[in-house]
Design a binder for this molecule. Structure first.
Ligand code: ZN
Length: 223
């Protein structure tokens, strides 16, 4: 089962891997609406410390972000992009990124694939939802196929490549979420049936944020 995390990420914000200050309410020092200074207190009737504006009294609630992406199958291979941006520069990832206001999860996954791999894809089915409570992110990854057999690196990628399952660079992936997604996918393919997976990625306590293999996959449900 999941465990509860609070406080700053143990690796600290100087880590080379994405550390989002989700839940780190003390970093909010000014009101996003009026610019007034904030105080950090537990509002009446609540349980968590929040940043509260001392001028307009509005409370800054922080909520997890949704990361959407595509697992693209082509000729028994999957498409990966080598990151040309930090964090995780030079490491491989599925095309994925933050969902924007005004778009659906599928639209976001298709857009990110176009931006990172210059590939036009059709989404086929949901493959995985992976929650990462520590950093306040939820990944939704869709199975997809190329509409045309063309792809090339977009501005955030230095290379895009199809990998057979045996060649997936598990030691050079950008994020734990990618390790989990691609492991589940490889297991499903070998078992002859793709499933939908839900799970919680929990960082092993005391490990470096850059150690993408130092996690447990908890509450794994599949259908
Ligand atoms: Zn205010």
């Amino acid at each position: 089962m999941s465990s509860t995390h609070s406080g700053p990420n143990p690796g600290g914000p100087s880590s080379s891997v994405a550390v989002h200050s989700a839940g780190n309410v003390r970093k909010i020092n000014f009101c996003q609406w009026c610019g007034g200074p904030t105080k950090h207190e537990i509002p009446d009737g609540e349980e968590k410390i929040r940043a509260i504006c001392t001028v307009c009294d509005k409370i800054a609630y922080e909520n997890p972000k949704m990361v959407v992406g595509c697992l693209i199958e082509h000729d028994n291979m999957v498409l990966l992009c080598k990151r040309k941006i930090q964090p995780s520069y030079g490491l491989w990832t599925l095309p994925a990124g933050y969902m924007e206001i005004g778009e659906s999860a599928t639209e976001g996954a298709i857009r990110e694939t176009w931006e990172e791999a210059c590939a036009e894809v059709e989404v086929l089915s949901p493959f995985a939802q992976l929650d990462i409570p520590l950093i306040g992110q939820t990944y939704v990854i869709f199975l997809a196929r190329l509409k045309k057999p063309h792809f090339s690196p977009g501005p955030e990628s230095s290379e895009c490549r199809l990998f057979s399952l045996d060649d997936i660079p598990f030691d050079s992936l950008a994020f734990s979420s990618m390790v989990v997604t691609l492991k589940l996918y490889a297991e499903d393919v070998k078992a002859g049936q793709l499933k939908f997976h839900y799970g919680i990625i929990n960082k092993k306590p005391g490990t470096s944020p850059s150690d993408i293999h130092a996690y447990t996959l908890d509450y794994h449900l599949q259908s």
